[in-house]
Design a protein around this ligand. Sequence first.
Ligand SMILES: Nc1nc2c(c(=O)[nH]1)N[C@H]1C(S)=C(S)[C@@H](COP(=O)(O)OP(=O)(O)OC[C@H]3O[C@@H](n4cnc5c(=O)[nH]c(N)nc54)[C@H](O)[C@@H]3O)O[C@H]1N2
Ligand SMILES: Nc1nc2c(c(=O)[nH]1)N[C@H]1C(S)=C(S)[C@@H](COP(=O)(O)OP(=O)(O)OC[C@H]3O[C@@H](n4cnc5c(=O)[nH]c(N)nc54)[C@H](O)[C@@H]3O)O[C@H]1N2
Ligand SMILES: [Mo]
Length: 768
Amino acid sequence: MSIKEYNGPAGGWGALKSTTRHLLKSDNVAKNIMNLMKTNQDYGFDCPGCAWGEKGVPGRFRFCENGAKAVNWEATSRRVDRTFFAEYSVEWLNKQTDYFLEYQGRLAEPMRYNAKTDHYEPISWDDALDLVAKHLNALDNPNQAEFYTSGRASNEAAFVYQLLARRLGTNNFPDCSNMCHEATSVALGKNIGIGKGTVTMEDFEIADAIFLFGQNPGTNHPRMLETLSSAYRRGAKVLAFNNLRERGLERFANPQNPIEMISYGSTPTTSHYFMPKLGGDMAVVRGIVKILLARHEDALQRGESVFDLEFIETHTQGMDAYLAQVKATSWEQILEQAGLTMDEITAAADVYQNAKRVIVTWAMGVTQHKHSVATIEELINLQLLFGQVGKEGAGLCPVRGHSNVQGDRTVGINEKPNAAFLENFENAFGFAPPKEHGHNVVNAIEAMLRGESKVFIGLGGNLVSAAPDTDRVAQAMKQCNLTVNISTKLNRSHVNPGHDALILPCLGRTDIDMQATGPQKVTVEDSFSMVHASSGRLDSATEHMRSEVSILAGIAQRTFGATDPVDWQSLVDNYDNIRLLIEKVIPGFKEFNQRLDVPGGFYLGNSARDLNWQTPQGKAQIATNALPESVVPHVKADQQTDNMFVLQTMRSHDQYNTTVYGYDDRYRGVFGERNVVFLNPEDIAAQGLQAGDLVDIESVWNDGIERKIYGFKVVAFKIAQGNIAAYFPEANALIPLSSKGDKSDTPTSKSIAVIVTRSQEAPLLARA
Ligand SMILES: Nc1nc2c(c(=O)[nH]1)N[C@H]1C(S)=C(S)[C@@H](COP(=O)(O)OP(=O)(O)OC[C@H]3O[C@@H](n4cnc5c(=O)[nH]c(N)nc54)[C@H](O)[C@@H]3O)O[C@H]1N2
Ligand SMILES: Nc1nc2c(c(=O)[nH]1)N[C@H]1C(S)=C(S)[C@@H](COP(=O)(O)OP(=O)(O)OC[C@H]3O[C@@H](n4cnc5c(=O)[nH]c(N)nc54)[C@H](O)[C@@H]3O)O[C@H]1N2
Ligand SMILES: [Mo]
């Protein structure tokens, strides 16, 4: 275990070395090298890593270090089967780390929990599917079932899933995106009429300025570094706004560029680096607009303008009210919340004003706060004032997480389906889907805790470790009559079973999916609304696993019986049949099957990019919001103490959400451990602490529940003062379920008020 400063660029030899090490650990070396060569190729499988798009030279390998880890992790030859579960009780497994659980290998056969022995035991597929049907049919009301989705599910699996739930009669679709980009979908949907980004990969090639808010591409979207460094090289300005100094936002050595590799060279990824306070981005943008508004008013005196008045007039509504609000916002409040100086905000405003084409990107650093919707609205406002939406080389670019999280939403995983979707659905299937809004993640957990929801089904994911308030989510699961996890790997959600519980092992992206009509392909949609096909390549030791589609259709057949109007079997036999239904229900998928043969896939289109505003008003909306009074408004002045900080939770370099691949966070210089907390050196000194000391962290909330984690090692880091950072899922126990974003219900994973104290005793052995 060690902490040492990392001085190299992101990528480079370190990335290659790490890729090789993870390959060697997978027990499937030769196959996995072949696998990597198929990743993101036109006829291979889509990388199960992130949702960044792909555009490149055909035939070239297109994977990154973290994509390689994701592929290796899934394609391991280790198996978790009946012998494993006979050996270990669920209670024992629940004491192991997340790393331990997933590292055991792929789930090999269906298992059912036996509460008497506290062990999982083998069950046949027929009996398992019958059991799910029995529980679903026993509900008084379909809204007592929760259908959770994780964004790795393909369009085909997700479509069949939503069909199953709606056939049953519920819109309860808690979804990982509720914890992720929900605020994005809310703000974009309301203000520009479509909840998706407006840019394409090509736009990055001609943008003059790229503003990056709250994301760490070096770890989470490594292929984006190539895009950023090439933008920098051709002279574009790239501005990072990040609470931490992240190496990937400074320099990148492209492992696919022989000259950079051999010469130990690297290219900067950004031209400017600003470190706002947590949740300060809205204030930063407000400040930029305030400066530009003053310049605009000066220009008007000379008969000129700084804003794009023609665009504003033709395409938007709401400018006057917004500008009045900007004027009313004091500089004092802006600078205090932003945590940047006037000079820094002015520098950013200068770049913005001088650029003809601007792209604004953002991810979790923006979406996981209480005021995230308002922050994204501020980003949209800035772009609208300058006509930077709907033109080439410019636009709004939320950088999505899971490889198909956007697609899952597109094909109907939505707890609040709109009228057009419901109508298309009814026309396609001849029965009316439920209209009543269903549960998102927070609603679902609350309903389970109240005992109202009784069946939990998870199509992938790991709700217990992904959601806030870990102990309460575990409790919610345990109270269910039945929990079903359709999964590839063992995780915390399996070892917190309901009274009855099933683990249903499924095929992953890398596996061959063989059905009656031959091997099947699935489709995914990236952050740029490109839809493309993915077909797996591996087929060893998967004989007792089933495809997600086949499992879901199996549940449906047994729940609804042989006379059901939906021909579920035809969907399993040939996934083209699912795509024909998607084509009927979802706009943009005309000739879906035929268009998949085009290398690289097809573009779904984006109405806002076409300046077609699908808002009730028919125009883009410029929203007016006051800055929040504080990032953690529940903390009253008299509760403030010198050891109170705002905590963000984030990913290390060796993890994929709740999947922990290893204990290193190379670019942040942390090796061999995860129970660490990053503090500014001045804050460390002011607390009378030293790097390496152990501290306990307790959250400040208003419901009387104690939330505390123990024995976290202090790491000195370049982070805004008053802010601290720790990894998720370890720090999830600190986030109250009821601390959530306005209008998004997203847990506030990036702003939690906490008190830090020196650990009094030897650290309790962390459970996870
Ligand atoms: N290898 C790998 N790839 C992944 C994932 C993974 O876990 N591992 N997860 C996938 C998923 S689901 C997602 S959603 C994405 C997540 O991608 P990111 O959004 O990059 O994920 P985080 O690790 O949460 O990083 C948040 C970043 O925002 C900064 N930040 C936090 N709060 C603030 C703030 O208030 N203001 C500003 N300006 N910055 C802030 C943090 O310092 C950090 O650099 O990545 C996807 N890709
Ligand atoms: N504190 C804090 N909490 C957070 C976040 C944060 O930044 N801070 N980020 C949030 C975000 S952005 C997200 S997206 C969520 C993620 O929440 P989830 O999507 O629920 O979590 P994952 O860790 O991605 O899920 C991992 C599990 O998915 C299963 N799996 C993997 N591949 C497949 C597959 O192909 N099919 C099936 N059926 N199962 C598969 C494996 O069994 C694995 O154990 O977490 C959220 N939670
Ligand atoms: Mo995410």
